[in-house]
Design a protein around this ligand. Structure first.
Ligand SMILES: Cc1cc2nc3c(=O)[nH]c(=O)nc-3n(C[C@H](O)[C@H](O)[C@H](O)COP(=O)(O)O)c2cc1C
Length: 139
């Protein structure tokens, strides 16, 4: 089965509540592990930024499930590619605080010092997520 990577961004909707984060974490950890899907979900007050890696069918299945979730809106695929290896060996998620570290990383991969994934190249998002993982460990 082809190994694929999908990165999308979305925005929290009015239905989203802070306590949903824990629920998303629990179901994602269970469902993604069952399908050998790894990756990362980062979020702040304005955006979700998620990378899913795994077989083409599993990544597509999970993505289509996620975009039906009314706790977020305006999902936009930023990167979809067949790849030779995973960058993330597990699945995790973390809150992205606004810090000097994140500002430096956003400036490294975009023209801005704040997160604006809809305006970033997919490859830049991919590299940003790799650097964020080192700077801000996910659970
Ligand atoms: C931003 C966001 C990211 C999500 N990521 C995942 C995910 O990676 N895997 C997953 O199974 N569900 C994810 N969910 C939750 C799904 O939309 C859905 O609620 C969940 O898969 C339902 O799980 P269940 O069928 O086991 O109850 C996410 C939801 C949101 C809002």
């Amino acid at each position: 089965m082809f190994l694929t990577r999908l990165i999308y961004a979305s925005q929290p909707s009015n239905s989203f509540k802070p306590e949903d984060i824990e629920k998303i974490l629990v179901s994602a950890r269970r469902n993604n592990a069952a399908k050998a899907v790894t990756g990362l979900l980062y979020f702040n007050q304005h955006y979700f930024l998620q990378c899913l890696e795994g077989s083409r069918s599993a990544v597509n299945e999970i993505y289509h499930k996620i975009i039906r979730d009314d706790r977020h809106q305006m999902p936009l695929i930023l990167d979809y590619t067949e790849t030779i290896e995973r960058n993330f060996s597990t699945w995790g998620m973390a809150y992205l605080p606004e810090t000097e570290v994140t500002r430096v990383l956003y400036a490294k991969f975009s023209g801005l010092t704040e997160l604006s994934p809809y305006h970033m190249r997919g490859e830049s998002c991919h590299k940003l997520m790799g650097d964020l993982r080192t700077a801000i460990p996910a659970v």
